[in-house]
Design a protein around this ligand. Structure first.
Ligand code: ADP
Ligand code: MG
Length: 354
């Protein structure tokens, strides 16, 4: 039986392992949080810091293949074992810093991000968003600036970037997998609605033309190939006035891809495993009638009561079992076929970011 090691023990690791046990794989998980929600699925749980070089080395020795479900591990600690990490180290090096990430995006032929600069040298007008270069997620570490006089100087340094704010955008993502044997498979573009920087709903896009969809897919192929990346990754896009901008690239399975568990013939988690193990990739079918809605800490109690309500019996409930139900923390998601306006009824219970 193959031992797969996962760096990061959150819900993404949990959903990878849930798929993988059915494929006869075994999982070991590494996380610094002793209550990481995937812990119960780990044959061996490594509860050490991500700066513990010796423990990281032990983890590699214990596993046949390793994968990461979050971006913030030091590439230096992984380099020596790169032959065991199909995703590689290049993606981490480029993408864990928003500044190098955006430079990479704009270096690719016919692909662009919105205007950006280091925050100590802003060369465009308000409104813009200041974003921390490292460790941001779910809109954390971001400041919206409408008027230059209101910004605190402490953010105007090389540790931050400034990015032109684009009002009225639509957001999409393409989840794509590349196998160690070179095969590529992708899902159709997903339409994402965010509330205050946190993903609220996802469904396969029906509100844009084929040209834009094809371009987003071809961009994602170029990106995954340029990164020499094997596994599943996600490219997030902004679309405005027929223009496509790459927002960011997540070198891992992605929240919007949770839709694929029920909303496609293969989940992004299984696709990721097929890619890192070099198993054949299927042709992917996407089911447009499905919606995914994220459940944050404050709405977990409503989600639990929906599970006991016959009206919602056709919903698929995914509760991650996290150690706290903090406000605005992702603690679960629900997927369902949107017949009889179920989406509207679900939204009455699950409100997204407050
Ligand atoms: P995170 O790493 O937290 O996901 P993002 O850069 O993707 O950071 O920003 C989170 C969300 O904030 C985006 O999905 C989008 O809704 C909004 N946002 C970020 N940057 C911009 C921008 N330049 N213009 C308009 N909206 C933006
Ligand atoms: Mg994002």
């Amino acid at each position: 039986m193959k031992n797969i090691g996962i760096f990061g023990g959150g819900q993404l690791a949990k959903m990878i392992a849930l798929e993988g046990y059915q494929m006869g794989l075994n999982f070991n998980i590494y996380d610094k949080n002793e209550d990481a929600c995937s812990k119960s699925l780990a044959s061996k749980f490594y509860n050490y810091d991500f700066l513990d070089k010796d423990k990281i080395a032990d983890f590699f020795n214990d596993n046949d293949v390793c994968t990461y479900e979050f971006e913030n591990i030091s590439p230096n600690f992984l380099k020596e074992y790169e032959y065991k990490i199909p995703q590689g180290v290049k993606a981490l090096e480029l993408l864990q810093d928003r500044y190098t990430e955006k430079n990479f995006i704009n270096s690719l032929d016919d692909i662009k991000s919105v205007n950006f600069s280091l925050a100590d040298d802003i060369n465009f007008n308000t409104p813009y968003i200041i974003k921390s270069r490292r460790n941001g997620y779910d809109g954390k570490g971001q400041i919206f600036v409408e008027d230059n006089t209101e910004i605190d100087n402490k953010f105007l340094t090389k540790d931050y970037i400034a990015e032109q704010f684009l009002p009225g955008i639509q957001e999409y993502s393409v989840v794509i997998g590349r196998s160690i044997n070179g095969e590529i498979a992708f899902y159709e573009p997903i339409h994402n609605v965010h509330k205050k920087g946190i993903l609220y709903t996802s469904n396969f896009a029906d509100n844009i033309g084929t040209n834009i969809k094809d371009k987003m897919i071809s961009n994602a192929k170029k990106i995954i190939t340029a990164l020499e990346y094997n596994g599943v990754l996600c490219v997030e896009y902004f679309v405005k006035d027929g223009q496509i901008y790459v927002n960011e690239i997540a070198p891992r399975v992605h929240n919007s891809g949770h839709l694929t568990i029920e909303g496609a013939n293969i989940s992004q988690f299984k696709l990721h495993l097929l890619c890192i193990l070099g198993m054949p990739l299927p042709v992917i079918n996407c089911y447009h009638e499905y919606y995914m809605i994220n459940v944050l800490g404050q709405d977990l109690k409503y989600m639990e009561s929906m599970q006991n309500d016959k009206f919602f019996s056709k919903c698929y409930f995914h509760i991650y079992g996290k150690d706290s139900n903090e406000t605005n923390r992702k603690v679960g998601h629900i997927t369902f076929k949107n017949s009889d306006n179920l989406l509207e009824r679900v939204k009455l219970n699950i409100n997204g970011t407050v």
